[in-house]
Design a protein around this ligand. Structure first.
Ligand SMILES: Cc1ncc(COP(=O)(O)O)c(C=O)c1O
Length: 374
């Protein structure tokens, strides 16, 4: 019987404690493992670094949810992304990355490429002709995609970008943090690597820093990533892995509700005067057509509002339900003025507030925004 993703998540891939029958897996804190009487390793386990028994079920579940062959978890989303990029490219290679996306990764990429003589083109990833023009045959090693992308929720057509990249001999990596496996599965669409900040929706409770990579196949590129994580040790600790696995059990119900509330809020906020709502589930969004085809069962829990002539920080100060904090994907709703956080080089419009929709009652969330925007 082939189990559906919702079932695999709820059962945490059958991660019961075989020793006691406990239906919640124990946390194995040991860093090292004794050999048996024949001096053989038990199940190949020698050291915690990449064989911790609390970490492995989280990786197995992630691989299953993404339809991948294997997954590796990391100490953070940034650790996952930077390990992948450093394992895949060498000096002289070329990377194509998106203009809109998680700003800390773009900043790191610019510094990394300058330092290691890697050529970098930052393009509008939603413009396929721009992507095509940027690709250099046999020179481009990697195309980095984030969809929907922070903070204007640009939706990239993964299948179309993968076709273009593969024709040029390049790999495609997709930061699917905001889509989650609930709404988008990049691997069946052609991605060669899926990346998550598991700090966000996968863990879901704003209490774990974690990252993940998922591969469609165990090949040379994946082995290079695995080796780099092993040698550098940007692994996830067992307590965090346990919390991640626990969070993923409720992934589908959380994200489905967050997406429903986000869509409803997006529609209702659009009727307020001098407020522009940016959400891929609205027909007004520039990539609504791509989002409708690519995303399933909703458009995610992230939206932004542009508050026009109002002072955006004054709006934030009036909010009582939405917490003014960075990050996203938790059960509590968060608001953030991205231009302040991203600093003077930020391309984000100054009147934009990013909203991460949590699990509070929709009416409380709407009323709070309505009074702050009045
Ligand atoms: C889309 C996206 N990718 C990557 C990251 C980095 O993840 P982490 O904070 O787990 O390192 C973030 C964090 O905000 C993010 O929003």
């Amino acid at each position: 019987m082939t189990l559906r993703p919702e079932t695999l998540a709820a059962k945490a891939v059958h991660a019961i404690d075989e020793a006691t029958g406990g239906i919640v897996p124990p946390i194995q804190l040991a860093t090292t493992y004794a050999r048996d009487a024949r001096y053989e390793l038990i199940e190949g386990r020698d050291y915690t670094r990449d064989k911790n028994p609390t970490v492995l079920p989280a990786e197995a579940l992630l691989a299953a949810l993404e339809g991948g062959a294997e997954a590796r978890v990391f100490a953070s989303g940034m650790a996952a992304a930077t390990t992948a990029i450093r394992a895949l490219v060498k000096p002289g290679d070329h990377i194509v990355a998106p203009r809109v996306g998680y700003y800390a990764l773009r900043n790191w990429l610019e510094k990394f490429c300058a330092r290691w003589q890697v050529h970098l083109d930052i393009v509008d990833m939603t413009d396929l002709s721009a992507v095509h023009a940027a690709l250099r045959k046999e020179r481009t090693r990697l195309v980095w995609v984030e969809t929907p992308a922070n903070p204007t929720w640009d939706v990239t057509d993964i299948a179309a970008v993968a076709d273009l990249a593969h024709a040029a001999g390049a790999l495609v990596a997709v930061d699917s943090t905001c889509a989650t496996p609930v709404h988008t599965k990049p691997i069946p669409l052609g991605a060669d690597l899926v990346m998550h900040s598991a700090t966000k929706y996968l863990s879901g409770h704003s209490d774990v820093l974690a990252g993940a990579l998922v591969t469609p196949s165990v090949d040379e590129a994946w082995e290079a990533i695995t080796e780099l994580r092993h040698t550098e040790g940007a692994v996830l600790g067992p307590v965090e892995a346990w919390l991640l696995l626990r969070g993923m059990r409720t992934l589908f119900v959380r994200v489905e509700r967050q997406s429903q509330t986000a869509l409803s809020l997006a529609q209702r906020l659009s009727s307020l005067s001098d407020v522009t709502v940016v959400y891929p589930g609205l027909a007004s969004h520039p990539q609504f057509a791509v989002a409708e085809t690519q995303m399933v069962d909703g458009f995610g829990g992230m939206l932004s509002i542009r508050v026009g002539r109002r002072d955006p920080l004054a709006v934030v100060r009036k909010l009582r339900v939405w917490l003014p904090a960075t990050s996203l994907g938790g059960v509590e709703s968060l608001v953030e003025h991205r231009a302040s956080v991203e600093g003077p080089t930020s391309p984000t419009p100054k009147d934009l507030l990013r909203l991460s929709v949590g699990l509070e009652h929709e009416e409380d969330l709407f009323e709070d925004l309505r009074q702050a925007l009045a």
